[in-house]
Design a protein around this ligand. Structure first.
Ligand SMILES: Nc1ncnc2c1ncn2[C@@H]1O[C@H](COP(=O)(O)OP(=O)(O)OP(=O)(O)O)[C@@H](O)[C@H]1O
Ligand SMILES: [Mg+2]
Length: 455
């Protein structure tokens, strides 16, 4: 029997009885049943997979995937749907489900298949490229800083590898056997960030059905990575500062304090000095989190990383067609491109090339670069990569990517017309934080807005 996989099981209507549980056990799945999204959220970090029962519109899948993203996890979600609900099953696959199983399917073979889908994800080793002398120097410095355990601030342009470096700081530190827990401060409303950071006691607010430990407690003995710290609301900045100074925190609704035992690594691509001047960021917090600062150079500043990274992306995303050959004309394009979207852009370009090439050869014809000509939306360069990016969504032109493309257009138009980002947000009817978050989401789907980001 394969090694047991821990599975979170959410089914709002049907109880899992011992016979069903035994069949899942035979398939190598150890099931933890939860009944609310709150409970699910609290358990996400302890499992390998989430199984949800979907009804009607399937919105539960989006909620669960949202929680997984907010926790910065990469957990597969398997959906269970009624046998007749074919459209729901298809929509679930389009919306990111790893697999769909009929709700009355207790066949050990079906669930062994589900288990086998998960195995390679877990086994994939993380590999990083630090080939250019500039990167090598940074890596050596990071490894030294890791030993010192000091609070570290990572700065650098979007897609340059701040999260990668945060993980390296953890892996090279004396805390490497402890947990690495990340939280993205841009992705959530203020009350939710507060809860995720500091946790709560049962009954602290309506819906707080159980005690919940925040990321500070979850990361005890390890590293806490606060991503996009520049987006943290100002009131929470004060609270965070207090916790860092006192090294103690009080969960919401609790009487007693808990000791804080984390190494803090924070990251931002915002200019925090400017944010301090505009009173969006507290200066005292800045000094507290930046005992050591590491700056990630943009990819163009470390050109000898480009080809090894391109090869790594091909091996990672197209393992079945190895070994890959990049022709001389493609290499020339890769080496001379400016890479405003940095390593993430390179990753997007290579994943598109994998879709376009039907052999293990990558030529210049397979390379389509991200879009940056946002100042002239009508230009040909602007239109071509847009459709290329949408096409990479290998599932075809589904509703999801259509929505993304039109969101992208609306945001571009607003940014072009407005004199500042805040004004663009007003025009779009969303907050500046939401706009930043939407831009980040679009970026993750291969749309890059470098020109707009200077606004
Ligand atoms: N040195 C590296 N080796 C291999 N992959 C890398 C490296 N640096 C970055 N990547 C990959 O590039 C992508 C972007 O990296 P990462 O998320 O760390 O960037 P970031 O600086 O945090 O970006 P953002 O500011 O947008 O959050 C990821 O897919 C990551 O795995
Ligand atoms: Mg990041």
């Amino acid at each position: 029997m394969p090694a047991a996989f821990e599975v979170l099981w959410l089914d709002p209507v049907e109880k899992l009885d011992s016979a069903m549980r035994a069949r899942l056990g035979e398939a190598g799945l150890r099931v933890v049943v939860v009944s609310t999204l709150d409970e699910l959220n609290a358990m996400l970090r302890r499992v390998h997979m989430v199984v949800v029962r979907l009804f009607e519109d399937g919105c539960l899948l989006a909620k669960v995937r949202g929680l997984i993203a907010e926790n910065m996890l990469d957990l597969p979600v398997v959906c269970r749907t009624d046998r007749g609900a074919l459209e729901l099953a298809v929509a679930a696959m389009r919306n990111g489900a790893k697999h769909v199983v009929a709700a009355d399917d207790w066949n050990v073979g079906s669930w062994t298949h589900v288990q086998s889908l998960m195995a390679p994800v877990k086994a994939q080793p993380q590999t990083f490229v630090f080939a250019d002398p500039v990167s090598q120097k940074l890596l050596v410095l990071a490894q030294r800083v890791a030993q010192a355990e000091v609070t570290t601030l990572l700065t650098g342009p979007t897609g340059a590898g701040k999260e990668v470096l945060a993980r390296i700081l953890h892996e090279s530190s004396p805390r490497r056997t402890g947990p690495f827990v990340g939280l993205n401060c841009a992705a959530m409303p203020e009350s939710m960030i507060e809860d995720m950071l500091f946790g709560h006691e049962k009954g602290a607010f309506t819906g707080a059905l159980k005690d919940y430990s925040g990321v500070f407690e979850q990361a005890a003995g390890g590293t806490l990575f606060l991503d996009e710290i520049g987006e943290m609301p100002i009131r929470l900045q004060a609270k965070l500062l207090r916790v860092l100074q006192e090294r103690q925190l009080t969960r919401l609704g609790a009487q007693t304090q808990v000791n804080v035992d984390v190494r803090l690594v924070a990251a931002t691509n915002r200019d925090l000095k400017a944010a301090i001047e505009s009173r969006d960021f507290r200066e005292d917090l800045y000094f507290r989190i930046s005992t050591f600062r590491l700056r990630l150079p943009c990819l163009a500043e470390r050109p000898l990383d480009i080809m090894p990274l391109a090869q790594l992306m091909l091996d990672t995303h197209g393992a079945e067609r190895r070994p890959w050959t990049i022709t001389a004309d493609a290499e020339a394009l890769l080496r001379t491109h400016a890479w405003p979207g940095n390593v993430r852009e390179l990753s997007n370009v290579m994943q598109r090339a994998l879709v376009l090439s039907h052999s293990s050869l990558i030529t210049a014809a397979h390379l389509s670069f991200d879009e940056f000509g946002v100042l002239d939306n009508s230009s040909a360069e602007n239109r071509v990569p847009l459709s290329a990016a949408a096409a990479v969504d290998a599932r075809g032109p589904d509703l999801d990517s259509a929505v993304r493309v039109s969101q992208h257009r609306a945001i571009l138009a607003a940014l072009r017309a407005a004199s500042s980002r805040n004004e663009a947000a007003r025009v779009l009817g969303i907050s500046p934080r939401t706009l930043r978050y939407k831009l980040a989401q679009l970026k993750d789907h291969g749309f890059t807005l470098a020109m707009a980001e200077t606004a």
